[in-house]
Design a binder for this molecule. Structure first.
Ligand SMILES: Cc1cc2nc3c(=O)[nH]c(=O)nc-3n(C[C@H](O)[C@H](O)[C@H](O)COP(=O)(O)OP(=O)(O)OC[C@H]3O[C@@H](n4cnc5c(N)ncnc54)[C@H](O)[C@@H]3O)c2cc1C
Length: 338
């Protein structure tokens, strides 16, 4: 371990997936926080498709058994009906159904089941009720079952248990039930917001009583001066906070504290993709849904990718995706590559 001295410190360690003390769920669920999480989940799904495709019945008794086995292999439970859960459900549902049509012809698509468990009474609570309802109807139309007002309370390797006693047999639990600041943050002596655990900062994003220490992003509790409410933990805000903190540190270094900038960002909007080239969004107060929302969402992300060469690569990949079948090659995770 090495110690580094600093003149200025920016704490931007992000957040971690939170399991609310349910170690069995933590042990058995996939998370969707990092690129490795996504690769691991994708590999697991391809593996299950391969397994399910090999369940060939030889008699009617075997047929019943193989239907049951296929159902168990092909039931996917997503915990959490916020942005991450809804986008994951939409994308995986498309990926699995397209892949089955393209390659896994022994799989009966009626055996594929997607379930979203949402503790609240609607999907996408971050958005308006109308958009939440639109997402719900579209997901249901695409074959995703949505269970509202319920909670996961336990899990095993082969099932998930809900608060009302329902047990869903599954080999894939995807947890997007919440995040908390990285564990490092809770051990710091500064003041934390009692509910979220995030580091409280002032209007310049500086930690009160710790001169020269700033905090931004998911681990910081930044209050919107216009509303008095905290900004949501999104990349949209983290990026702007990064720019503001850089300006404020420069102002300090140049000895011009009056040049420090109050962080006051007006949220541009929120968008989510819900599968089948459909999206929902709220842009500068205007609600959009359907293909247009999905198209804007894609273009927004493309425009914000760093470097031209990355933009071209991603665009080429998306175009290829339109004309060719799904790629079901398993990838190594970054950890495996090391
Ligand atoms: C599935 C998913 C989808 C999302 N979609 C959107 C979206 O569409 N739009 C949007 O605006 N936001 C989205 N978000 C939220 C967005 O990703 C976060 O708000 C954003 O990444 C926060 O940025 P950050 O810099 O605070 O943290 P992060 O991006 O998490 O970066 C923190 C970094 O700190 C590192 N770190 C942690 N601890 C330490 C340590 N002790 N020492 C050194 N380094 C450390 C971590 O490895 C990480 O690289 C999504 C999040 C998820 C999980």
């Amino acid at each position: 371990s090495k110690s580094l001295c600093y003149d200025y410190l920016v704490i931007a360690v992000g957040s971690e997936t939170r399991f609310f003390g349910m170690s069995d769920v933590q042990k058995n669920a996939f998370t969707i926080k990092t690129l490795d999480d996504a690769i691991r989940l994708r590999n697991h799904i391809i593996y299950l498709l391969e397994q399910a495709d090999q369940l060939l019945p030889e008699s009617s008794y075997d047929n019943n058994k193989s239907v049951q086995s296929q159902k168990e292999l092909l039931t996917f439970v997503i915990v959490g009906g916020g942005f991450a859960g809804v986008e994951t459900a939409g994308e995986l549902n498309d990926f699995i159904r397209d892949s089955v049509n393209d390659y896994y012809h022994n799989i009966d698509t009626r055996n594929i089941k997607f379930v979203i468990i949402q503790s609240g009474n609607r999907l996408l609570p971050e958005m308006s009720e109308k958009l939440g309802q639109f997402a719900l109807e579209n997901l249901r139309k695409s074959g995703v079952e949505v269970i509202l007002n319920s909670r996961v309370i336990g899990a095993t390797e082969n099932s998930v248990k809900l608060r009302d006693g329902i047990i869903i047999p599954t080999k894939t639990i995807i947890w997007s039930g919440g995040v908390a600041p990285a564990s490092l943050v809770s051990n710091l002596l500064c003041t934390h917001d009692s509910k979220s655990g995030r580091i409280i900062v002032d209007k310049y994003l500086e930690v009160p009583n710790y001169k020269g220490v700033f905090s931004i992003g998911d681990c910081a509790f930044v209050v919107d001066p216009s509303t008095g409410n905290p900004y949501p933990p999104t990349a949209q805000h983290a990026i702007r906070e990064g720019t503001a903190v850089a300006k404020n540190i420069i102002a300090e270094i140049e000895g011009k504290p009056d040049k420090k900038e109050v962080f006051d960002y007006k949220t541009k909007g929120m968008m989510a993709s819900i599968g089948k080239r459909t999206g929902v969004g709220n842009l500068l107060g205007i609600q959009v849904q359907g293909f247009l929302a999905w198209w804007i969402w894609r273009n927004y992300y493309l425009a914000h990718l760093p470097t031209l060469h990355k933009k071209i690569r991603v665009l080429a990949d998306w175009i290829t995706d339109i004309f060719f079948r799904r790629d079901v090659t398993m990838f190594k995770t970054l950890a495996e590559e090391k």
